[in-house]
Design a protein around this ligand. Structure first.
Ligand code: NAD
Ligand code: TYD
Length: 351
Protein backbone atom coordinates (compact mmCIF):
# COMPACT_ATOMS: atom_id res chain seq x y z
CA UNK A 1 0.00 0.00 0.00
CA UNK A 2 0.93 3.65 -0.18
CA UNK A 3 0.74 6.23 2.61
CA UNK A 4 -0.68 9.60 1.54
CA UNK A 5 -0.48 12.54 3.96
CA UNK A 6 -2.93 15.43 3.59
CA UNK A 7 -5.27 13.24 1.55
CA UNK A 8 -8.42 15.06 2.71
CA UNK A 9 -7.29 18.38 1.22
CA UNK A 10 -7.80 19.67 -2.29
CA UNK A 11 -4.99 17.96 -4.22
CA UNK A 12 -4.58 15.03 -1.82
CA UNK A 13 -8.26 14.06 -2.08
CA UNK A 14 -8.18 14.28 -5.89
CA UNK A 15 -5.05 12.13 -5.82
CA UNK A 16 -6.58 9.46 -3.55
CA UNK A 17 -9.78 9.31 -5.64
CA UNK A 18 -7.81 8.99 -8.90
CA UNK A 19 -5.42 6.44 -7.42
CA UNK A 20 -8.18 4.15 -6.20
CA UNK A 21 -10.04 4.50 -9.50
CA UNK A 22 -6.96 3.30 -11.40
CA UNK A 23 -5.17 0.88 -9.11
CA UNK A 24 -5.94 -1.98 -6.75
CA UNK A 25 -3.28 -0.85 -4.33
CA UNK A 26 -4.74 0.41 -1.02
CA UNK A 27 -4.17 3.89 0.39
CA UNK A 28 -3.50 4.76 4.02
CA UNK A 29 -4.57 8.40 4.35
CA UNK A 30 -3.13 10.40 7.26
CA UNK A 31 -4.66 13.86 7.63
CA UNK A 32 -4.94 16.19 10.61
CA UNK A 33 -8.24 17.63 9.31
CA UNK A 34 -7.35 21.27 9.72
CA UNK A 35 -9.89 23.78 8.36
CA UNK A 36 -8.67 22.71 4.87
CA UNK A 37 -9.18 18.98 5.41
CA UNK A 38 -12.64 17.81 4.40
CA UNK A 39 -13.71 14.18 4.53
CA UNK A 40 -16.71 15.03 2.37
CA UNK A 41 -14.18 15.15 -0.49
CA UNK A 42 -13.76 11.39 0.05
CA UNK A 43 -17.43 10.56 0.66
CA UNK A 44 -17.54 8.35 -2.46
CA UNK A 45 -14.96 6.05 -0.81
CA UNK A 46 -17.16 5.27 2.17
CA UNK A 47 -17.06 1.53 2.84
CA UNK A 48 -14.17 1.03 0.41
CA UNK A 49 -11.76 -1.34 2.22
CA UNK A 50 -8.87 -0.07 0.09
CA UNK A 51 -9.06 3.36 1.75
CA UNK A 52 -7.95 3.56 5.39
CA UNK A 53 -8.33 7.01 6.93
CA UNK A 54 -6.46 8.07 10.08
CA UNK A 55 -6.91 11.51 11.61
CA UNK A 56 -3.50 12.65 12.84
CA UNK A 57 -0.55 14.97 12.48
CA UNK A 58 2.55 14.32 10.37
CA UNK A 59 4.48 15.88 13.27
CA UNK A 60 3.28 13.13 15.65
CA UNK A 61 6.37 10.92 15.46
CA UNK A 62 4.94 8.09 17.55
CA UNK A 63 1.76 7.89 15.48
CA UNK A 64 3.63 7.94 12.17
CA UNK A 65 6.10 5.29 13.38
CA UNK A 66 3.22 3.07 14.46
CA UNK A 67 1.36 3.50 11.16
CA UNK A 68 4.49 2.69 9.16
CA UNK A 69 5.22 -0.42 11.24
CA UNK A 70 1.62 -1.65 11.05
CA UNK A 71 0.86 -0.96 7.39
CA UNK A 72 4.33 -1.28 5.83
CA UNK A 73 3.76 1.07 2.85
CA UNK A 74 6.02 0.83 -0.18
CA UNK A 75 5.83 4.61 -0.63
CA UNK A 76 4.99 7.77 1.31
CA UNK A 77 3.56 10.76 -0.58
CA UNK A 78 3.63 13.99 1.40
CA UNK A 79 0.81 16.38 0.46
CA UNK A 80 0.14 17.59 4.03
CA UNK A 81 0.81 21.30 4.43
CA UNK A 82 -0.57 24.67 5.31
CA UNK A 83 -1.10 25.99 1.80
CA UNK A 84 -2.64 29.46 1.70
CA UNK A 85 -0.29 32.44 1.18
CA UNK A 86 -2.70 35.01 2.71
CA UNK A 87 -3.06 32.91 5.87
CA UNK A 88 0.73 32.60 6.07
CA UNK A 89 0.96 36.40 6.06
CA UNK A 90 -1.54 36.73 8.91
CA UNK A 91 -0.17 33.81 10.95
CA UNK A 92 3.07 32.13 9.87
CA UNK A 93 3.44 29.88 12.93
CA UNK A 94 1.25 27.01 11.67
CA UNK A 95 3.25 27.03 8.43
CA UNK A 96 6.53 26.63 10.30
CA UNK A 97 5.02 23.88 12.44
CA UNK A 98 3.49 21.73 9.70
CA UNK A 99 5.56 22.50 6.62
CA UNK A 100 8.95 22.52 8.35
CA UNK A 101 8.72 20.70 11.70
CA UNK A 102 6.05 18.30 10.42
CA UNK A 103 7.99 17.44 7.25
CA UNK A 104 11.14 16.93 9.35
CA UNK A 105 9.42 14.57 11.80
CA UNK A 106 7.83 12.67 8.93
CA UNK A 107 11.23 12.30 7.26
CA UNK A 108 12.76 11.06 10.51
CA UNK A 109 10.03 8.45 11.02
CA UNK A 110 10.31 7.35 7.39
CA UNK A 111 14.10 7.14 7.63
CA UNK A 112 13.87 4.83 10.66
CA UNK A 113 11.26 2.64 8.96
CA UNK A 114 13.13 2.50 5.64
CA UNK A 115 16.40 1.66 7.44
CA UNK A 116 14.74 -1.44 8.91
CA UNK A 117 13.39 -2.81 5.62
CA UNK A 118 14.84 -5.85 3.86
CA UNK A 119 17.07 -5.20 0.83
CA UNK A 120 14.38 -5.61 -1.85
CA UNK A 121 11.76 -3.52 -0.05
CA UNK A 122 14.39 -0.92 0.75
CA UNK A 123 15.40 -0.58 -2.89
CA UNK A 124 11.80 -0.24 -4.05
CA UNK A 125 10.75 2.30 -1.39
CA UNK A 126 9.99 5.95 -2.35
CA UNK A 127 9.33 9.18 -0.43
CA UNK A 128 7.63 11.66 -2.76
CA UNK A 129 7.41 15.26 -1.57
CA UNK A 130 4.75 17.46 -3.17
CA UNK A 131 5.93 21.06 -3.43
CA UNK A 132 5.27 24.28 -5.26
CA UNK A 133 6.74 26.62 -7.89
CA UNK A 134 6.48 29.44 -5.31
CA UNK A 135 9.85 28.38 -3.79
CA UNK A 136 11.57 29.89 -6.86
CA UNK A 137 10.27 33.42 -6.14
CA UNK A 138 8.97 35.93 -8.66
CA UNK A 139 9.81 36.40 -12.37
CA UNK A 140 10.08 39.61 -14.43
CA UNK A 141 7.83 39.68 -17.54
CA UNK A 142 10.57 38.55 -19.96
CA UNK A 143 12.39 36.06 -17.69
CA UNK A 144 12.44 32.43 -18.83
CA UNK A 145 10.16 30.04 -16.92
CA UNK A 146 11.45 28.27 -13.78
CA UNK A 147 13.56 25.20 -14.46
CA UNK A 148 14.53 22.70 -11.76
CA UNK A 149 17.89 24.45 -11.33
CA UNK A 150 16.45 27.93 -10.74
CA UNK A 151 17.72 29.28 -7.42
CA UNK A 152 15.39 29.27 -4.44
CA UNK A 153 14.06 32.77 -3.66
CA UNK A 154 10.89 32.29 -1.59
CA UNK A 155 9.10 35.52 -0.69
CA UNK A 156 6.16 34.58 1.57
CA UNK A 157 6.13 32.66 4.86
CA UNK A 158 4.28 29.93 2.93
CA UNK A 159 6.88 29.61 0.17
CA UNK A 160 9.76 29.94 2.65
CA UNK A 161 8.34 27.07 4.72
CA UNK A 162 7.87 24.90 1.61
CA UNK A 163 11.42 25.77 0.50
CA UNK A 164 12.71 24.61 3.90
CA UNK A 165 10.88 21.30 3.53
CA UNK A 166 12.30 20.83 0.00
CA UNK A 167 15.81 21.37 1.40
CA UNK A 168 15.23 18.83 4.17
CA UNK A 169 14.02 16.27 1.64
CA UNK A 170 17.10 16.89 -0.48
CA UNK A 171 19.37 16.59 2.57
CA UNK A 172 17.81 13.26 3.60
CA UNK A 173 18.71 11.89 0.19
CA UNK A 174 22.27 13.19 0.14
CA UNK A 175 23.05 12.44 3.78
CA UNK A 176 21.13 9.25 4.51
CA UNK A 177 20.44 7.91 1.03
CA UNK A 178 16.66 8.09 1.54
CA UNK A 179 15.06 7.40 -1.88
CA UNK A 180 13.25 10.71 -2.39
CA UNK A 181 11.51 12.46 -5.28
CA UNK A 182 10.31 16.07 -5.28
CA UNK A 183 7.72 17.72 -7.52
CA UNK A 184 7.32 21.51 -7.78
CA UNK A 185 3.99 22.35 -9.35
CA UNK A 186 2.25 25.54 -10.41
CA UNK A 187 -1.23 26.68 -9.30
CA UNK A 188 -3.83 23.92 -9.39
CA UNK A 189 -7.57 24.32 -9.96
CA UNK A 190 -10.48 21.88 -10.12
CA UNK A 191 -13.01 20.05 -7.92
CA UNK A 192 -12.81 20.26 -4.09
CA UNK A 193 -10.72 23.45 -4.15
CA UNK A 194 -11.31 25.30 -0.86
CA UNK A 195 -13.07 28.61 -1.61
CA UNK A 196 -10.37 30.81 -0.09
CA UNK A 197 -8.19 30.45 -3.21
CA UNK A 198 -8.65 32.64 -6.31
CA UNK A 199 -10.70 30.42 -8.66
CA UNK A 200 -13.21 28.83 -6.26
CA UNK A 201 -13.55 32.09 -4.30
CA UNK A 202 -14.51 33.98 -7.46
CA UNK A 203 -17.05 31.33 -8.52
CA UNK A 204 -18.66 31.14 -5.09
CA UNK A 205 -18.73 34.93 -4.57
CA UNK A 206 -20.12 35.53 -8.06
CA UNK A 207 -23.02 33.13 -7.45
CA UNK A 208 -23.70 34.70 -4.04
CA UNK A 209 -23.87 38.21 -5.56
CA UNK A 210 -20.78 39.27 -3.61
CA UNK A 211 -17.82 41.39 -4.80
CA UNK A 212 -15.03 39.65 -6.74
CA UNK A 213 -11.91 40.97 -4.95
CA UNK A 214 -8.97 41.39 -7.34
CA UNK A 215 -5.72 42.24 -5.54
CA UNK A 216 -3.77 45.29 -6.79
CA UNK A 217 -3.93 45.76 -10.56
CA UNK A 218 -4.88 42.11 -11.25
CA UNK A 219 -1.91 41.73 -13.60
CA UNK A 220 -0.04 39.16 -11.49
CA UNK A 221 0.62 36.05 -13.52
CA UNK A 222 0.27 32.42 -12.46
CA UNK A 223 0.60 29.18 -14.42
CA UNK A 224 -2.53 27.05 -14.01
CA UNK A 225 -2.81 23.25 -14.10
CA UNK A 226 -5.97 21.15 -13.78
CA UNK A 227 -5.64 19.19 -10.53
CA UNK A 228 -6.06 15.75 -12.12
CA UNK A 229 -3.13 16.50 -14.43
CA UNK A 230 -1.06 17.24 -11.33
CA UNK A 231 -2.18 13.87 -9.94
CA UNK A 232 -1.14 12.05 -13.12
CA UNK A 233 2.27 13.77 -12.97
CA UNK A 234 2.77 12.61 -9.38
CA UNK A 235 1.82 9.03 -10.30
CA UNK A 236 4.29 9.12 -13.18
CA UNK A 237 7.12 10.52 -11.04
CA UNK A 238 6.44 7.91 -8.36
CA UNK A 239 6.55 5.17 -10.99
CA UNK A 240 9.60 6.25 -12.99
CA UNK A 241 11.28 9.30 -11.41
CA UNK A 242 15.03 9.13 -10.79
CA UNK A 243 15.97 9.02 -7.13
CA UNK A 244 16.90 12.37 -5.62
CA UNK A 245 15.58 14.27 -8.65
CA UNK A 246 13.27 17.26 -8.77
CA UNK A 247 10.52 17.55 -11.42
CA UNK A 248 8.71 20.78 -12.24
CA UNK A 249 5.04 20.29 -13.11
CA UNK A 250 3.08 22.91 -15.03
CA UNK A 251 0.31 23.49 -17.52
CA UNK A 252 1.90 25.96 -19.98
CA UNK A 253 -1.01 28.25 -19.08
CA UNK A 254 0.34 31.58 -17.90
CA UNK A 255 -2.54 33.98 -17.24
CA UNK A 256 -2.92 37.30 -15.44
CA UNK A 257 -5.42 37.09 -12.56
CA UNK A 258 -7.84 39.54 -14.17
CA UNK A 259 -8.04 37.31 -17.25
CA UNK A 260 -8.92 34.35 -15.02
CA UNK A 261 -11.66 36.36 -13.32
CA UNK A 262 -13.04 37.56 -16.66
CA UNK A 263 -13.06 33.98 -18.00
CA UNK A 264 -14.96 32.79 -14.92
CA UNK A 265 -17.50 35.61 -15.34
CA UNK A 266 -18.00 34.73 -19.01
CA UNK A 267 -18.55 31.03 -18.20
CA UNK A 268 -21.01 31.86 -15.43
CA UNK A 269 -22.82 34.34 -17.71
CA UNK A 270 -23.29 31.43 -20.11
CA UNK A 271 -24.03 28.60 -17.67
CA UNK A 272 -25.93 30.41 -14.86
CA UNK A 273 -26.86 33.92 -16.07
CA UNK A 274 -27.62 36.55 -13.45
CA UNK A 275 -31.33 37.18 -12.88
CA UNK A 276 -30.97 40.86 -13.87
CA UNK A 277 -29.36 39.90 -17.20
CA UNK A 278 -26.14 41.79 -16.38
CA UNK A 279 -22.68 40.21 -16.47
CA UNK A 280 -20.95 38.89 -13.35
CA UNK A 281 -18.14 41.27 -14.40
CA UNK A 282 -20.16 44.01 -12.68
CA UNK A 283 -19.11 42.40 -9.37
CA UNK A 284 -15.34 42.79 -9.99
CA UNK A 285 -13.78 45.04 -7.32
CA UNK A 286 -10.13 46.01 -7.13
CA UNK A 287 -8.86 45.77 -3.54
CA UNK A 288 -5.60 46.43 -1.66
CA UNK A 289 -2.72 44.30 -2.91
CA UNK A 290 -1.27 41.36 -0.96
CA UNK A 291 1.95 42.37 0.87
CA UNK A 292 5.03 41.08 -0.97
CA UNK A 293 2.82 39.82 -3.81
CA UNK A 294 4.85 37.76 -6.31
CA UNK A 295 4.34 39.23 -9.77
CA UNK A 296 4.81 36.22 -12.01
CA UNK A 297 5.31 32.46 -11.82
CA UNK A 298 5.96 30.29 -14.88
CA UNK A 299 6.98 26.64 -15.03
CA UNK A 300 9.22 24.97 -17.55
CA UNK A 301 7.92 21.38 -17.43
CA UNK A 302 10.11 20.03 -20.25
CA UNK A 303 12.20 17.74 -18.02
CA UNK A 304 9.11 15.81 -16.93
CA UNK A 305 7.90 15.60 -20.52
CA UNK A 306 11.27 14.57 -22.00
CA UNK A 307 12.39 12.14 -19.32
CA UNK A 308 9.09 10.64 -18.17
CA UNK A 309 6.76 11.38 -21.09
CA UNK A 310 4.21 13.31 -19.01
CA UNK A 311 1.93 15.94 -20.54
CA UNK A 312 -1.23 17.57 -19.20
CA UNK A 313 -4.45 16.14 -20.67
CA UNK A 314 -6.56 19.29 -20.16
CA UNK A 315 -6.17 22.66 -21.80
CA UNK A 316 -7.09 25.65 -19.66
CA UNK A 317 -10.31 26.04 -21.65
CA UNK A 318 -11.50 22.46 -21.00
CA UNK A 319 -10.32 22.37 -17.39
CA UNK A 320 -11.85 25.67 -16.32
CA UNK A 321 -15.21 24.82 -17.91
CA UNK A 322 -15.27 21.48 -16.03
CA UNK A 323 -14.37 23.29 -12.83
CA UNK A 324 -17.12 25.92 -13.11
CA UNK A 325 -19.62 23.16 -13.94
CA UNK A 326 -18.43 21.15 -10.90
CA UNK A 327 -19.10 24.10 -8.56
CA UNK A 328 -22.53 24.64 -10.15
CA UNK A 329 -23.34 20.96 -9.60
CA UNK A 330 -22.02 20.81 -6.03
CA UNK A 331 -23.85 23.59 -4.20
CA UNK A 332 -24.16 21.33 -1.13
CA UNK A 333 -20.41 20.89 -0.88
CA UNK A 334 -19.92 24.66 -1.07
CA UNK A 335 -22.69 25.30 1.48
CA UNK A 336 -21.18 22.79 3.93
CA UNK A 337 -17.74 24.35 3.59
CA UNK A 338 -19.14 27.84 4.08
CA UNK A 339 -21.29 26.94 7.08
CA UNK A 340 -18.55 24.84 8.65
CA UNK A 341 -20.89 21.82 8.54
CA UNK A 342 -18.22 19.75 6.79
CA UNK A 343 -16.34 19.66 10.06
CA UNK A 344 -19.20 17.64 11.63
CA UNK A 345 -18.76 15.02 8.93
CA UNK A 346 -16.09 13.15 10.88
CA UNK A 347 -18.39 12.89 13.88
CA UNK A 348 -21.29 11.78 11.73
CA UNK A 349 -19.38 9.24 9.67
CA UNK A 350 -16.83 7.93 12.10
CA UNK A 351 -18.45 8.29 15.53
P1 NAD B 1 -4.94 22.03 1.17
O1 NAD B 1 -4.69 23.16 2.13
O2 NAD B 1 -6.21 21.99 0.41
O3 NAD B 1 -4.83 20.63 1.95
C1 NAD B 1 -3.85 20.35 2.90
C2 NAD B 1 -4.26 19.10 3.66
O4 NAD B 1 -3.22 18.80 4.61
C3 NAD B 1 -5.56 19.28 4.47
O5 NAD B 1 -6.38 18.15 4.30
C4 NAD B 1 -5.07 19.39 5.91
O6 NAD B 1 -6.01 18.90 6.86
C5 NAD B 1 -3.82 18.53 5.87
N1 NAD B 1 -2.84 18.89 6.92
C6 NAD B 1 -2.44 20.14 7.26
N2 NAD B 1 -1.54 20.07 8.26
C7 NAD B 1 -1.37 18.75 8.55
C8 NAD B 1 -0.56 18.04 9.46
N3 NAD B 1 0.25 18.68 10.32
N4 NAD B 1 -0.62 16.69 9.47
C9 NAD B 1 -1.45 16.02 8.62
N5 NAD B 1 -2.25 16.64 7.74
C10 NAD B 1 -2.21 18.00 7.69
O7 NAD B 1 -3.67 22.03 0.21
P2 NAD B 1 -3.56 21.57 -1.31
O8 NAD B 1 -3.86 22.73 -2.17
O9 NAD B 1 -4.28 20.29 -1.49
O10 NAD B 1 -1.98 21.31 -1.40
C11 NAD B 1 -1.43 20.02 -1.15
C12 NAD B 1 0.07 20.09 -1.32
O11 NAD B 1 0.39 20.53 -2.64
C13 NAD B 1 0.74 21.09 -0.37
O12 NAD B 1 1.95 20.55 0.06
C14 NAD B 1 0.97 22.31 -1.24
O13 NAD B 1 2.10 23.05 -0.80
C15 NAD B 1 1.23 21.67 -2.58
N6 NAD B 1 0.91 22.49 -3.77
C16 NAD B 1 -0.32 23.08 -3.87
C17 NAD B 1 -0.63 23.80 -5.02
C18 NAD B 1 -1.99 24.44 -5.22
O14 NAD B 1 -2.20 25.14 -6.21
N7 NAD B 1 -2.97 24.21 -4.34
C19 NAD B 1 0.31 23.92 -6.05
C20 NAD B 1 1.56 23.28 -5.90
C21 NAD B 1 1.83 22.57 -4.75
P1 TYD C 1 -4.15 32.04 -4.62
O1 TYD C 1 -5.26 31.24 -5.20
O2 TYD C 1 -4.21 32.45 -3.19
O3 TYD C 1 -2.80 31.23 -4.94
P2 TYD C 1 -1.25 31.71 -4.80
O4 TYD C 1 -1.18 32.96 -4.03
O5 TYD C 1 -0.66 30.55 -4.06
O6 TYD C 1 -0.75 31.85 -6.21
O7 TYD C 1 -4.00 33.35 -5.49
C1 TYD C 1 -3.77 33.30 -6.88
C2 TYD C 1 -3.58 34.72 -7.37
O8 TYD C 1 -4.81 35.42 -7.23
C3 TYD C 1 -2.55 35.50 -6.56
O9 TYD C 1 -1.84 36.36 -7.44
C4 TYD C 1 -3.38 36.32 -5.61
C5 TYD C 1 -4.65 36.58 -6.39
N1 TYD C 1 -5.90 36.70 -5.60
C6 TYD C 1 -6.75 37.80 -5.80
O10 TYD C 1 -6.47 38.69 -6.62
N2 TYD C 1 -7.89 37.88 -5.05
C7 TYD C 1 -8.22 36.93 -4.12
O11 TYD C 1 -9.26 37.08 -3.43
C8 TYD C 1 -7.34 35.81 -3.94
C9 TYD C 1 -7.67 34.74 -2.92
C10 TYD C 1 -6.20 35.74 -4.70
Amino acid sequence: MILVTGGAGFIGANFVLDWLAQSDEPVLNLDKLTYAGNLENLASLQGNPRHVFVQGDIADSALVARLLAEHRPRAVLNFAAESHVDRSIHGPEDFIQTNIVGSFRLLEAVRAYWGGLGETEKAGFRFLHVSTDEVYGSLAPSDPAFTETHRYEPNSPYSASKAASDHLVRAYHHTYGLPVLTTNCSNNYGPFHFPEKLIPLMIVNALAGKPLPVYGDGMQIRDWLYVRDHCSAIRRVLQAGKLGEVYNVGGWNEKPNIEIVNTLCALLDELRPRADGKSYREQITYVKDRPGHDRRYAIDARKLEKELGWKPAETFETGIRKTVQWYLDHGDWVAHVQSGAYRDWVQKQYA
